[in-house]
Design a binder for this molecule. Structure first.
Ligand SMILES: N#C/C(=C\c1ccncc1)C(=O)NCc1ccccc1
Length: 255
């Protein structure tokens, strides 16, 4: 009896340890030494006053809340140790803007981070609502925090919509896709209810996560656009929106 108890306790202990190492692992391979050095420099320059907790965690990156000198910030840190940078290949290696980078992991992730900043700037100047881009330094992207007092705005996925609210948001999302295409020469390429925040004050959509966005010159831009259109129609169909993909493509690409 006693023996079994001892074994159970040992198992529990190892479980706790494993959980801790699991958590530590997630935190750790985002905050590797080079990343901590950059954060330290950004803090010395007064760009980041204090780091907060993780807003989003994923296999490629984590997004943290941070206090800036005059406004709240979101700090997106791309994981260098992640193995999924292979997925980035499909987007970046055929992108005319990035053909000259060396094919090693760090350079790809640094180029990807710069690309996300560049894409946010282009989207913003085209009139699409996105977090205000601040800076990109190696694998770290700093942007405006979309939320209030450390609480991020909800994802479209988690937003309860009534009556004609869904139709209003749908129309704005389609308008933003058109502006992105016609004026920023971009396709989001990962647009879905998981990459749109909703500002609860005025129910306006905010596009996020533009690291994978591609220019229209990218060989697969039309395929990525079609996939974005399908994702948006699939999500809004639950609110009775019945537009066809071809209709949306025409609206977005209209001369
Ligand atoms: N950018 C960004 C994001 C949020 C955000 C919130 C408030 N202000 C600015 C950005 C975000 O969650 N992106 C998706 C994501 C990134 C990394 C891991 C999982 C999921």
């Amino acid at each position: 009896e006693k023996k079994i108890k001892r074994i159970d306790r040992a198992k529990d202990k190892s479980r706790v340890r494993e959980k801790d190492s699991e958590r530590l692992k997630v935190e750790e391979n985002v905050f590797d030494i080079p990343t901590l050095k950059i954060l330290y420099t950004l803090s010395n320059k007064g760009i980041i006053k204090a780091m907060g907790g993780a807003i989003s965690t994923g296999k490629e990156a984590n997004v943290f809340y941070a206090e800036g000198p005059d406004k709240e910030l979101a700090v997106k840190i791309y994981r260098i140790a992640s193995s999924t940078f292979k997925a980035m290949d499909a987007y970046i290696m055929k992108d005319p803007r990035f053909t000259n980078i060396r094919n090693n992991k760090r350079d790809i992730i640094f180029a990807w981070t710069r690309k996300e900043l560049q894409n946010l700037k282009r989207a913003k100047s085209a009139g699409v609502r996105v977090p205000e881009p601040v800076l990109a330094e190696k694998n770290i992207l700093i942007m405006e925090f979309m939320g209030e007092k450390e609480i991020p705005y909800p994802l479209l996925k988690n937003t309860y919509l009534e009556g004609d609210e869904a139709k209003l948001i749908f129309d704005t999302v389609v308008e933003y896709m058109r502006l992105l295409y016609k004026k920023a020469n971009l396709v989001h390429a990962d647009l879905s209810e998981y990459n749109i925040l909703i500002d609860p004050k005025d129910l306006t959509p905010i596009f996020i996560d533009m690291g994978q966005s591609v220019t229209l010159e990218h060989p697969n831009s039309q395929e990525f656009l079609y996939r974005d259109v399908q994702n948006i129609l699939r999500f809004f169909s639950r609110y009775g929106i019945k537009d066809k993909p071809e209709e949306l493509l025409k609206k977005i690409q209209a001369e």
